[in-house]
Design a binder for this molecule. Structure first.
Ligand SMILES: *Cc1c(COP(=O)(O)O)cnc(C)c1O
Length: 363
């Protein structure tokens, strides 16, 4: 019998979440962002499930594109960070990968590496996030250079990325949107050039930023998209249920402690369930006392510091808890975002951090 700690993945929910992007942004081509092992849901399984629905995939790094090709995925793939050497460039051009160009080094490399067939590039602009992207001067210069390069396809894309799209009251996205338009206008682009701005929260909330291409990621996995309630919350379906089970139960008296370093102390006679999941599985070590945990579908709370392979849960207020009872760490009935808020992080971090020790089970 294997340990019952699993990430149950609903590919149906991922497909239905993807279709919401088409519903919210019907004018755009929505590519599925499946970087970081499809945010922890399994790169190839998710790619196979979405292949027939999407116009293209996006991954963060070159190795992820190679893993998709080696796994038999034939759709176009955008490599969001682009490539770093001639070998990767050649591979990209021969394997229908599109590459981001976000700095001068990448552009120089492309100009210096003779390719046999045209490569589609995505020029990335820095509109205020100051992470990756070209400024106006570099953009204008790059347009001059790539016009003359035979192996850069002339239907390139110009993109940028929002820093605060999930914050409903933040005006930064509007600023970035205006900056993007200014940079495009200033550059006098040819008319066949396509544009791309929106990530998931922008798709749901900033219709004007839904341009030729959108890049939905987190919404595919069904997490709530915003820092406050939003109408999209009811439509998205959590794709991952991170589940485990109770492996021990004990009564502790008032004043007794639970877990390493005695960080939880019983203030009443308490019942503690030990659950077989820990930080080596991707349950966040920073999760505080009181973090919600569902035991047999009922809310209980984390008691004590998260161990490598186990956690303690205060189930005093639940009736009839026994060994083998099912536990949901996050999923359909408990949002990863809520758990994340007790661990000083965000839902993206939790779902993409479920470790390799945890089997992914698809339904
Ligand atoms: C990860 C990423 C996305 C997807 O963002 P979500 O917030 O998960 O929808 C889109 N664009 C870029 C450049 C990214 O790095």
């Amino acid at each position: 019998m294997s340990r019952n700690t699993q990430a149950i993945i609903s590919l149906d929910n991922i497909r239905s979440n993807f279709l919401l992007a088409n519903q919210w942004a019907p004018q755009s081509k929505n590519m599925a962002v499946i970087k970081a092992d499809a945010y922890g849901h399994g790169l190839l399984a998710v790619a196979e499930a979405l292949q027939s629905l999407v116009p293209a995939f996006a991954v963060a790094i070159f190795d992820e594109a190679v893993a998709l090709r080696n796994g038999g995925i034939t759709k176009n793939i955008l490599i969001l960070q682009g490539v770093n050497c001639a070998t990767e460039l050649t591979y990209a051009s021969e394997n229908d990968c599109w590459i981001t160009l976000h700095n001068k080094q990448q552009i120089d490399l492309l100009l210096a590496t003779k390719l046999k067939q045209p490569l589609k590039v995505w020029l990335k602009l820095d509109t205020g996030m100051h992470r990756l992207g070209l400024d106006q001067k570099q953009f204008d210069k790059s347009l001059q250079l790539i016009k003359q390069c035979r192996w850069i396809a002339d239907d390139f894309v110009v993109s940028s990325h929002f820093s605060c799209a999930s914050e409903l009251a933040n005006g930064e996205s509007k600023k970035q949107f205006n900056k993007f338009n200014e940079m495009i206008t200033e550059a006098k682009l040819p008319s066949n050039i396509e544009l791309s701005l929106s990530n998931s929260p922008a798709i749901a909330h900033l219709p004007e930023s839904n341009l030729n291409w959108n890049r939905p990621g987190i919404m595919l996995y069904g997490l709530p998209l915003f820092d406050g309630p939003h109408s999209s919350d009811q439509q998205l379906k959590a794709a991952m249920s991170f589940e485990s089970e109770v492996v021990a139960i004990r009564e502790v008296e008032t004043g007794e402690y639970v877990g390493y370093s005695n960080k939880w102390q019983a203030t009443r006679p308490s019942k503690i369930a030990t659950v077989s999941v820990g930080y080596a599985d991707g349950y966040p070590r920073q999760a505080k006392n009181g973090t919600p945990v569902l035991v047999k579908g009922e809310r209980a709370s984390l008691a004590g510091v998260v161990s490598m392979d186990l956690i303690g849960v205060d189930v005093t207020d639940l009736s009839n808890v026994s060994i083998g009872d099912p536990v949901e760490l996050w999923g359909e009935h408990l949002s990863a975002n809520e758990v994340a808020s007790y661990a000083n992080t965000i839902g993206y971090d939790l779902i993409s951090g479920v470790s390799r020790r945890v089997p992914r089970v698809y339904k």
